[in-house]
Design a protein around this ligand. Structure first.
Ligand SMILES: C[S@@+](CC[C@H](N)C(=O)[O-])C[C@H]1O[C@@H](n2cnc3c(N)ncnc32)[C@H](O)[C@@H]1O
Length: 235
C-alpha cells in the first residue's frame, strides 16, 4: 500500500541497518534522500546504496540547506512534502532515509510534522535506527548509564550555562553537534578533570575517529558528524 516510511539507516556502517530497514528499502518504489546542497551527495544514501536497485527504484533528492533558521527551512520542508505526497498519491511507496534514528535530532522530524499538517491523508510509518550515540559508545566500549544513573543529551550549541547545568545534574552527558562549540566545551571541561571522555567522529564510516585521551581530543579538529560523551562516574 502506498505510504511514506521514515527510515533510520544508522550512523554509517551498513551492517547497523535493521533487518526491517533493509526490507523496506529493498521494497519501496522511491528513495527520498536529504541533501544540503544540489551538488552534495547524501550521507544516508551512501550507507544504503548496496541495498537498492537503481534500475527499478527512483531516487528523489530533497534539498534541506544547513540552517537552524525555521524561516529559511520552511519552504524546503513544504516542497519536500509536496514531492513526497505527489508520489504517494500516485500509488508509490516512498522511504525518506535519515542518519541514525529518524525521530532523534533529525530532518525527518520536520518532514513528519509538515506531512501531518499539510497531507494528513498520507500514511506514515517510522522505522527506528541505531543512533550515533549507541554506535559511539559501542566503539569505545563506554558505558552510557547504569542502574539509577542519569544521562542527558544536548546539542553543544545549547550554550555553556546549559552544559554546566547538565553536567551538575547528570552522570553522563552526550553532546551532539560539537563542531561549532568545541573549543568552548573543552575549556569548560577543564573544571571536570576526573571526567572520562569519549569523542567519536563519523562513527561507523571508513574514516571514523574514536578518541578517549583528553589531550588528543582537545587537539583534534572535529567535523559536523562528531559527538562527545562526558562521564563523571568511575565505571
Ligand atoms: C542532526 S543530528 C543527527 C542525529 C541522528 N539522527 C542520530 O540518531 O544519531 C547530527 C549530529 O549527530 C551526531 N552524529 C550523527 N552521525 C554521526 C556519526 N556517524 N558519528 C558521530 N556523530 C554523529 C553528530 O553530533 C552530528 O552533529
Amino acid at each position: 500500500m502506498s505510504r511514506l516510511f521514515l527510515v533510520g539507516v544508522g550512523p554509517g556502517d551498513p551492517e547497523l541497518l535493521t533487518r526491517k530497514a533493509e526490507r523496506v528499502l529493498r521494497e519501496v518504489d522511491v528513495i527520498a534522500a536529504p541533501v544540503t546542497a544540489p551538488s552534495e551527495s547524501s550521507q544516508a544514501l551512501g550507507i544504503v546504496r548496496e541495498f537498492l536497485d537503481e534500475r527499478r527504484q527512483h531516487l528523489l533528492p530533497l534539498l534541506f540547506p544547513m540552517s537552524s533558521d525555521r524561516a529559511t527551512l520552511e519552504p524546503h520542508w513544504q516542497e519536500a512534502c509536496r514531492l513526497v505526497a505527489e508520489r504517494v498519491d500516485a500509488g508509490k511507496t516512498v522511504a525518506f532515509i535519515t542518519l541514525g534514528d529518524p525521530l532523534f535530532y533529525a530532518t525527518s522530524l520536520y518532514l513528519l510534522e509538515r506531512m501531518r499538517q499539510d497531507y494528513p491523508e498520507v500514511p506514515v510509518e517510522v522505522v527506528p535506527g541505531v543512533s550515533s550515540i549507541s554506535a559511539a559508545a559501542a566503539e569505545g566500549k563506554f558505558t552510557l548509564a547504569e542502574g539509577a544513573e542519569r544521562l542527558a543529551v544536548l546539542p553543544a550549541t545549547a550554550g555553556e550555562a546549559a552544559i554546566s547545568a547538565a553536567l551538575q545534574q547528570n552522570d553522563t552527558l552526550v553532546l551532539l553537534k560539537v563542531k561549532p562549540a568545541f573549543g568552548a566545551v573543552m575549556a569548560l571541561l577543564d573544571a571536570y578533570p576526573d571526567a572520562r571522555l569519549l569523542f567519536a567522529q563519523r562513527v561507523g564510516m571508513a574514516d571514523q575517529v574514536i578518541l578517549s585521551d583528553r589531550a588528543a581530543i582537545a587537539n583534534h579538529q572535529p567535523d559536523y558528524l562528531s559527538l562527545l560523551i562526558v562521564r563523571q562516574t568511575k565505571r
